[in-house]
Design a protein around this ligand. Sequence first.
Ligand code: ZN
Length: 688
Amino acid sequence: MTLKALSRRIVTLLSLGAAFAATPASAAPTNVALVPSDGAKFIVHQRFDIRVEGQGTGPYSAKLWIDGHPARFTSGTQGTSTTDGISAAGWGGFNLRGSSLANKGWHTLTAELTDATGTATVTSRIQVVDPFEGGKGERRLTKNIVILLGDGMGIAHRTAARIVRYGVTAGNPNGRLEMEQFPGTGLVSTHSLNSIITDSSPGMACYTTGNHAFNSQEGVYPANVTNPFFAPRVEYMAEYLHRVKGTSLGLVTTADIEDATPAANAVHTANRNNGTGVVDQYLDESDPSGSKAYGTGLRVLLGGGRRWFMPSTALYSSRTAGTGYAGLPADLIAAWGLPATPSGQGSATRDLIADFKNAGFAYATNNTELNSLMGGRTPDKLLGLFGYGNMNVALDKIAKRRGMLPPGATSFAVDDYMAPDQPMLDDMAEAAFEVLSRSHHGFLLMIEGAHIDKQSHLMDADRAIGETLEFDRAVGVARKWADKLGDTTVLVLADHECSGFSLIGALSLSGGISGLKNLPPDNASLDPSVIPARQNAVGTYDLAGFPSYQILADGYPATMDIDHKVLVGFGANSDRYETWLSKPTPVIDSLLPSQFKGTTGILGLKGYATIPELRTIDQHGFFIRGQLNGEGQAVHTATDIPVSAYSTGNKAWIRFVGSQKNIDVFFKLMKASLSGDEPTEQEWEERD
Ligand SMILES: [Zn+2]
């Protein structure tokens, strides 16, 4: 996401606060809101914070009823202007932290907020379901849950990867992706609490909390508070299962580990970009002593993002006090059973790698070290940080492993990113399973193929397809471990679709790729009556035929530039040039230390582009005007995404067949984990 787009999004979020507001009888207070909002759904004993807030003239006071019974706030001093001490300027707020409900059914929350000029009343109806009941058959519980999250992966990404990997003969695919071999397939709607189009924060958090969140927020409800980490919380699956069953958590990603998808399993924040606090919370709420009184039970954390773990005094550190939190509100700490604020938490100079090591984590910085760690006695806990920011994509990692520069490149991207020896996603998945398989009480493991999304944003079709191939290899690892361990449910899904990725045809040009390379530049011709040469190179319908890629022993294509290559269009695109050729270098990743970014940064000086439109190699291609004003990249779409389910020990996979809402995934996984096996007839009928 560009900065401009981000700031526009924040403005949108602020104005949307009103969507949850009641209309008071008198003039003020205004924008009065109660969370959890109307329609929220929980499982019995799942924790959540209740908050009422509004804008007005102090002093403020408030009252709260749950099913008509008065309830007491844990913070917010009655008859004051400061209220809870964490509300934004001009706002009054009152909180009941760490609430939960034991009885299933609908419940009514009612709150009154009074300021100097009047009183407003707000109501939420919330639903509680009991995952411990239901299920039929032998009722074998799912012990281990694996969520493989192909970020931004729509149906077309899967199809493209399958065609490239296996090819098609006379109309029949010559093979199936690992994820396509799962028995249960369904569709999932991906909307967030404030938009039909989600970003990755609520996109993941809905699966892990059963609740919708605002865009850019994870594990929290919207609130006007002074620090995004103070927002009202909802309990994660990892926290609930750790508290109730003693499970462990593993997070594996090819992104910077502070990124929204991994964080939306373990971190409560109203700002996904506050990396210092995000990575601090991974450790500080991991329950390192195994008390099961709080936290996630985090034992595996693998990905990029070393910049957040190094003190600000270290080169390429991104830690700042401004993106952290010095301490959480006292009532939040008490109600959620959290430890007192660790020293150094939130500070720019914290050495978080040392703190992870002190908490018992073995630490690897590259693939060689990871292999060496895993070759010895299996570590009890594992931290791997394989890049300063985002890790590199599959095709760039494979190029280095093969020792073959991509056509047109003068250096290896992994060297330019200063991370020459990175593991592949399936390498990381294997290590994560090895460590977590020693968890006696089971585990939740999230494995993210992050760059399917990021390369789709950048409209780099070949790299996005390479990412889907890499992700599918991790799916294969998960299936193997599910068979080995038993009682394991594996889901493959996405948080949303990205870019309107679409297979439009295949290259159809006499002379193939060399013919394409020899075409004259089209970039000067913007006259709609002149057909650019490369537009004529798109073979549609019959001319697309059956592309055939050569796959090497490492599982990846020898080259993406074959004479009859698959061509991809982008339905949610920004301005770009299209050559149809593979890009020698990636566009500069969004999540990197500042020194790497921009036209005059480390990568910019080596010729890497900051946005797709500025990729000089592409400017020989024809110019495509995107629909999106002011976006440098393609964007997410509201299209439903596919889910594929597999389970061993029980038939939990059946629950995911059909169409469902994103939050349903949480409740189905909790059913599998707490009552087991396939749904009863009644459960099928009651599906919504
Ligand atoms: Zn995205």
